[in-house]
Design a binder for this molecule. Structure first.
Ligand SMILES: *Cc1c(COP(=O)(O)O)cnc(C)c1O
Length: 455
């Protein structure tokens, strides 16, 4: 929004204040063009005022309904509890249904998103001595999947506005031992796949998409997860499609996908031959049952979350100091595992992020800072550098330069100062009034920012 529109909106907002105060719970046009319904006595809930969300709750996730329950009961009664007991069981059925919904030719279910990623690394024969470039701003499962095969996870810095892997940084960190790039579609929004795929092609690298947060997101005419060689999803309890713990690999290359099946089947092929190294990562029939009980509504829930997020972004654009996560050209839709924004303390009159979060939370809006620290700052780095297997397969010089490369200032800025987010899986299932409450809370905190400075 340009400055002029901004001042006009602000003027309308202020002009309404007298009336609103007189009515106690009056309605006035907010900065963002949403009707404010809070008692505008200028008092933040944090300072003893009435909270915007007083007495209201957010939608629950995961959603439990009769459909899910009856599928579980059916599986229990069937006595078929492992996928190997039936080719028409819930897991096999889910794999077909999920690839149909995602738009991939093949799908292999696993016991978690981490297992899905790990299956891909192993199936692509990435191992000791190899390097995989990925993001420091992710679930530890992304890194774990690389470490499990004793490969080296090379973490590179981020784009400060999108919180995604910066393609320039990816290219800078390619070595002769780099085998793959593992972009993470963080928050469920697509990473810069156009650039990442071009870099991969130029250097002959494989691409494993960590789409754990991004089922159904679309980018440049394609579903996320089938842009690279293989894509992974998570069905852990907090995710957009949830069965407690679960995951899936998708892809269009049949040979590669058969290798994934063999790996997750503890190295045994579909034909029953014990062929290669592989852990047992099979999804069980109960997990498949919950997923089948949820799949009918998965797409419409995705659409609800995406539409709510688009509505919010439009409104929040009007508020200085809070910028919705940047999307790359060609982003058509997002899963919004989290709805994330960049917070600018200066625009909020010097109120730091922690104080802003307290004020927003007091209004009943569950903003958090999400990931506490980038994974380059976690103890696993020193653990692996001291392990024989890493000392044996990587040169001393490489391990030294690796340690030194774990300095990622943009990621630090994001985790320590600028990122604010809320959990989209649940909150974005709300109605328009719920979304308006979020905008109202942000507007209220913005308008009262000077009173926050002194607390
Ligand atoms: C959840 C998640 C994982 C790991 O999935 P699990 O099912 O929890 O093992 C990996 N990467 C990202 C980006 C995630 O959000």
């Amino acid at each position: 929004m340009d400055k002029e529109t901004w001042s006009r909106r602000r003027f309308i907002g202020q002009a309404g204040i007298g009336v609103a105060t007189a009515m106690t719970a009056g309605a006035l046009e907010s900065l963002a063009g949403v009707t404010l319904t809070y008692p505008n006595d200028g008092k933040l809930a944090l300072l003893g005022g009435k909270a915007i969300r007083e007495g209201k709750s957010w939608p629950a996730w995961p959603h439990v309904d009769d459909n899910v329950i009856s599928k579980i009961v059916e599986t229990t009664k069937s006595g078929k509890w492992s996928r190997i007991q039936s080719a028409q069981g819930t897991v096999a059925t889910f794999e077909k249904a999920f690839s149909g919904l995602i738009g991939s030719d093949f799908c292999v279910a696993t016991g978690s998103g981490t297992q899905a990623l790990s299956t891909c690394v192993e199936a692509l024969n990435i191992g000791p001595g190899d390097e995989v470039i990925t993001s420091p701003y992710t679930d530890f499962g992304t890194i774990s999947a690389i470490l499990t095969s004793r490969a080296l996870p090379v973490l590179v810095d981020l784009d400060s506005e999108s919180f995604q892997l910066d393609p320039d940084e990816v290219e800078k960190h390619i070595t002769p031992n780099t085998k793959a790039i593992m972009p993470v579609h963080i928050m469920g929004l697509p990473a810069n796949m156009e650039r990442i795929m071009a870099i991969a092609k130029k250097h002959g690298l494989l691409v494993i998409e960590d789409a754990c947060q991004a089922p159904f997101s679309r980018y440049q005419g394609k579903p996320v997860g089938v842009i690279g060689d293989l894509g992974c999803f998570s069905f852990q309890a907090s995710k957009a499609i949830a069965c407690g713990e679960g995951g899936a690999v998708v892809g269009n290359n049949q040979a590669m996908m058969e290798e994934c099946f063999t790996v997750q089947n503890r190295g045994a092929s579909r034909a029953g031959k014990n062929e290669r190294i592989g852990p047992k990562y099979r999804m069980n029939e109960f997990e498949g049952a919950i997923l089948m009980g949820q799949l009918d509504e998965a797409k419409s829930r995705f659409e609800t979350r995406d539409a709510n997020a688009k509505y919010l972004s439009e409104k929040l654009m009007a508020i200085p100091g809070l910028t919705p996560q940047k999307q790359y050209e060609g982003t058509e839709s997002g899963s919004y595992y989290n709805y994330a924004m960049k917070y600018d303390s200066e625009e909020f009159g010097g109120v730091d992020r922690a104080q802003f979060l307290k004020a927003i939370q007091a209004e009943g809006v569950p903003f958090t800072s999400y990931i506490r620290e980038g994974l380059h700052r976690a103890p696993w780095v020193d653990t692996i550098l001291n392990q024989q297997v890493y000392k044996r397969f990587y040169t001393e010089q490489r391990l030294r330069s690796y340690r030194e490369s774990m300095n990622l200032p943009k990621c630090d800025e994001i985790t320590d100062r600028t990122l604010v987010a809320f959990w989209g899986s649940a909150v974005l299932l709300g109605g328009r009034e719920d979304m308006d409450d979020i905008v109202n809370a942000v507007t209220k905190v913005y308008e009262n920012r000077s009173s926050l400075k002194s607390v």
